[in-house]
Design a protein around this ligand. Structure first.
Ligand code: GLU
Length: 440
């Protein structure tokens, strides 16, 4: 069975970059009728917070990205310890003692000599006596001993990848304080949970190379890997600094609609056109991981606004009912109000603005040249309630009386009644106006 996972670390709110990864894994699983796991990578007890675990779940729920089960790395530490023991027995694990400063110095020397800054495996030469002495001064940490050969795989996005293991440092898998690091924990989980496809950011390519060897050492099945390009801002600038303001909760607070965000993220960076999908099922059917490219992907949050407006234009009354009620729209006006207003809003927050105009009347906007005309027109406006013919009948009478026609006739009336020069069809809006302030 196709099994994928989204594996965030609960150290902050998730943002559009994380969503790209989550969505791709979700869509692959759903398209194949497989399983989607939400894996909480919380092996770092200092940085992981329960509130972020909750927030991640809420954000995914808001988007409708449902998971089949949740796994938590903090509950699987014994599994990682067991894997570490096996690697130790196989002679693939070795203890090191260099401090970060010492490692840094080594790297600088290598770079000065024009060599790649790869860990020199000096710890392999330590005798048992040396190690015992070092252990008295400082904790040892553990590295996985890579086989120095080429590591190759067919990447679902990048294509053929070949990495020379000799150009990669042996990865540290267990820290001096005993904390298991992501590289090992992730491999153990992926193998034991039967993960078949792993999509993640291009920043993980080297990790993948080392993980492929660790999986092989542990006798697991290597999943299909795909590495998507990283998002940049609209000018190609790094997005990392701005990701704080591109959290899913911020976008939600700005009124971005889930299907607008999902429709954009499911296609951005692929050869398929960005089209609004109103249903998750069509998003799933149309998703092709192989259509994504390796060039960095420009993300412009401004693109979410027209898509959001488009979602609202197509939103049925029942899906807006809660917002209409919250805005105070009476039940009997909900249907005609929504039919008129949905075409003219950008986010759901505009529902309340339009209802305030209908309920309380708008502050009239009247140009000097139109002042007399508006007074005369208003004196001809019959008392409500209005119906679908009221606007036509009224403006026809005003036209006959004043000789004004076209834009010169309609625009001053629209501005006087709504305070705006654009908006819904006035014939449909007039029956909804409970108060008309321009009448004076
Ligand atoms: N917790 C890792 C991260 O957020 C997961 C990476 C992976 O998908 O393996 O980077």
């Amino acid at each position: 069975m196709v099994t994928t996972r989204f594996a965030p670390s609960p150290t902050g709110y998730i943002h559009v970059g994380n969503l790209r990864t989550a969505l791709m894994n979700y869509l692959i699983a759903r398209k194949a009728g497989g399983e989607f796991i939400l894996r909480i990578d919380d092996t770092d007890p200092e940085r992981s917070k329960e509130e972020y675990v909750d927030a991640i779940k809420q954000d995914l729920e808001w988007l409708g990205l449902t998971w089949d089960r949740v796994e938590r790395q903090s509950e699987r530490l014994d599994r990682y310890a067991e894997a570490a023991d096996r690697l130790r027995e196989m002679g693939r694990f070795y203890e090191c003692f260099e401090s970060p400063t010492e490692l840094d110095l080594k790297r600088k020397k290598q770079l000065n000599m024009g060599k790649p800054p790869v860990y020199d495996r000096a710890a392999l030469d330590l005798s048992e006596d040396d190690k015992a002495k070092l252990r008295e001064e400082r904790g040892g940490y553990w590295r996985f001993k890579l086989d120095q050969e080429r590591i190759e795989w067919k990447d679902g996005i990048v294509g053929d990848i070949s990495i020379d293991a000799a150009s990669v440092s042996d990865p540290v898998l267990i820290r001096a304080d005993g904390q298991v690091l992501y590289t090992l924990a992730s491999v153990v989980d992926d193998t034991e949970m039967g993960v078949t496809h792993v999509v993640r950011g291009a920043d993980h390519v080297t990790n993948t190379a080392t993980q492929i060897q660790i999986i092989a050492a542990l006798g697991g099945n290597v999943p299909e890997f795909a590495h998507h390009s990283l998002l940049t801002g609209p000018q190609g600038e790094a997005l990392s600094k701005r990701l704080g303001t591109l959290s899913l909760r911020d976008l939600r607070a700005q009124g971005i609609e889930p299907m607008a965000l999902l429709s954009l993220m499911a296609r951005l960076g692929s050869s398929d056109p960005i089209e609004l999908q109103m249903e998750m099922s069509t998003l799933i059917d149309g998703f092709e991981i192989g259509h994504f490219g390796t060039a960095s992907t420009k993300f412009d949050e401004a693109d979410l606004r027209p898509l959001t407006a488009k979602v609202l234009h197509g939103t049925a009354l029942e899906d807006a009912a809660a917002d209409l009620m919250a805005a105070g729209v009476p039940d009997d006006l909900a249907a005609p109000f929504w039919a008129v207003v949905r075409e003219n809003i950008e986010t759901r927050a505009d529902i309340a603005k339009w209802w305030a105009i209908c309920r309380d009347g708008a502050e009239p906007v009247i140009e000097d040249d139109d002042a007399e005309f508006v007074v005369e027109a208003m004196s001809m406006l019959p008392d409500g309630p209005f119906d679908g013919d009221s606007w036509g009948n009224w403006t026809r009478a005003v036209k006959d009386a004043t000789g004004r026609k076209g834009r010169g006739l309609f625009m001053p009336l629209r501005k006087a009644l709504t305070g705006m020069s654009h908006g819904p069809d006035m014939g449909a809006l007039l029956p909804l106006l409970q108060v008309i302030r321009a009448k004076g």
